[in-house]
Design a protein around this ligand. Structure first.
Ligand SMILES: Nc1nc2c(ncn2[C@@H]2O[C@H](COP(=O)(O)OP(=O)(O)OP(=O)(O)O)[C@@H](O)[C@H]2O)c(=O)[nH]1
Ligand SMILES: C[S@@+](CC[C@H](N)C(=O)[O-])C[C@H]1O[C@@H](n2cnc3c(N)ncnc32)[C@H](O)[C@@H]1O
Ligand code: SF4
Ligand code: SF4
Length: 307
C-alpha cells in the first residue's frame, strides 16, 4: 500500500492529460499546473496506472485542461489495467460525439462542468460563445450511453450563479445525475466571485432527507426529494486535506502530491518501472496535507455519517 506519514492511503490517481483547453473559464486552476512541455503519452499513463494498481490503487480520474481534446483518449482508456472506477472531468463540449466510444473503451462515468443554465452567464464564465448547447448535448449523450452517474460540477460564484442552485437541483432530480457544488479557489484573481458555500451547505442540510459522508475528502452528499447534491469545500478545510487520498500526475508526467503546491513535483519521464516505483514510494512518503489541523494529526478510519 502507498501510505504517507499522516496515514493517508493513496487509492486513486488524478491524471491531467493536457494543458490545452477550448474554453477560457475566468477562474480556471488547470489542476494547479503551470505551462508544461509535451503531453503525457499512452504508454506513460499505462505505466503509472500499472505500477499504482499493484499497490491497491483502483480509481483513476482524468482531467486537464480539456481531456477530450486528446484524440487518443480511447487508446489511453484501453491501455489501463483493471480498475474499479475510471472517470473523466470534462467541460462537455466535445462529449456528444465521443460518449459511446469512450464507454466502449472502458470509461465508467463522467463529471461535466456546467456553472449556469443561463446562456449569457455561461458565455461570460467560459469566455466563449456558442458552446452552451454542446454541453447539454454532451450530458444527454453521457446519460444515454450509461456513463453514469453524471456529476454536474457547478462552481458557486458570487453575483453570477448563486440564484441558480434550486434550478440546478431540479435539473438533476430523478435522473442519474448528481449536482456537485464547488467552492471557488483563488486562481487568476477570480476570488472576487468567491461565494459562501458554508452557509449554502447549512441551508441544504436543513432541507435534506439524508446525508452521506464520502471517504474522499469527507465530502458530504445530501439527498433532497430525489436529488443528490454533493458539497466540495476545499478552502481552509483541514478535514478535506486529511482525507485526500489521491496522487496527481501532471500532463508532462510528473508526480504532483498536492493541487496547491508546485515546489515538490517529481518527473518520472523516461524511467523504468522499477525506478518509477522507487520514486513513487519516496514521493508518497513525503506527502503532506496543505491545510493542517492542530488537533487531528492522522487520517481517521472511514465511517458513514447520517444526519
Ligand atoms: N483542493 C482540492 N480541491 C479538489 C481536489 N480534488 C477535487 N477538488 C475540487 O473538486 C472539484 C471537483 O472535482 P472533480 O474533477 O469533479 O472530481 P471529484 O469530485 O474530485 O471526483 P469524483 O467526485 O469522484 O468524480 C474540483 O474542481 C476541485 O475544485 C483536491 O485534491 N484538492
Ligand atoms: C480544471 S477543470 C479540467 C476539466 C475540464 N476542462 C472541466 O472544466 O471540467 C476540472 C474542474 O475544476 C473546476 N475548477 C477550475 N478552476 C477552479 C477553481 N478556481 N476553483 C474551484 N474549482 C475549479 C472546474 O469547474 C472543473 O469542474
Ligand atoms: S473548461 Fe476546464 S480546463 Fe478549460 S478553462 Fe474551463 S475549467 Fe479550465
Ligand atoms: S492536500 Fe488538500 S489542497 Fe492538496 S491536493 Fe489534497 S485536498 Fe487538495
Amino acid at each position: 500500500m502507498l501510505i504517507d506519514a499522516y496515514g493517508r492511503r493513496i487509492s486513486s490517481l488524478r491524471i491531467s492529460l493536457t494543458n490545452r483547453c477550448n474554453l477560457k473559464c475566468i477562474y480556471c486552476h488547470n489542476e494547479g499546473e503551470e505551462d508544461s512541455g509535451s503531453e503525457i503519452t499512452v504508454e506513460e499513463v499505462a505505466q503509472i496506472a500499472r505500477i499504482c494498481a499493484r499497490y491497491g490503487v483502483d480509481k483513476i480520474k482524468f482531467s486537464g485542461g480539456e481531456p477530450l481534446l486528446r484524440r487518443d483518449f480511447d487508446e489511453i482508456l484501453r491501455a489501463l489495467p483493471p480498475m474499479r472506477d475510471v472517470s473523466v472531468t470534462t467541460n462537455g463540449t466535445l462529449l456528444a460525439a465521443r460518449a459511446e466510444s469512450l464507454k466502449e473503451s472502458g470509461l465508467d462515468r463522467v463529471n461535466v462542468s456546467l456553472d449556469s443554465m443561463d446562456r449569457d452567464r455561461f458565455t461570460f464564465i467560459t469566455q466563449c460563445k456558442g458552446q452552451f448547447d454542446k454541453v447539454l448535448d454532451g450530458i444527454d449523450a453521457a446519460l444515454s450511453v450509461g456513463l453514469t452517474p453524471v456529476k454536474i460540477n457547478m462552481v458557486y460564484l458570487k453575483g453570477i450563479n448563486e440564484d441558480e442552485v434550486d434550478r440546478m437541483i431540479d435539473y438533476v432530480r430523478g435522473k442519474p445525475l448528481v449536482l456537485q457544488i464547488i467552492e471557488l479557489m483563488n486562481f487568476h484573481g477570480a476570488f472576487k466571485y468567491h461565494a459562501d458555500v458554508a452557509s449554502l451547505e447549512q441551508r441544504i442540510k436543513e432541507k435534506a432527507d439524508k446525508a452521506v459522508c464520502r471517504e474522499m475528502h469527507r465530502r458530504t452528499k445530501y439527498y433532497l426529494g430525489g436529488a443528490e447534491v454533493e458539497i466540495v469545500r476545499p478552502i481552509d478545510n483541514s478535514e478535506f486535506c486529511m482525507n485526500c487520498n489521491r496522487l496527481r500526475i501532471t500532463s508532462d508526467y510528473k508526480l504532483k502530491p498536492c493541487l496547491l503546491k508546485n515546489d515538490n513535483l517529481v518527473s518520472v519521464r523516461g524511467l523504468s518501472d522499477a525506478e518509477v516505483e522507487a520514486v513513487l514510494i519516496k514521493t508518497v512518503g513525503a506527502r503532506e496535507p496543505f491545510f493542517k489541523s492542530e488537533t487531528a494529526k492522522v487520517c481517521q478510519p472511514y465511517k458513514i455519517y447520517e444526519p
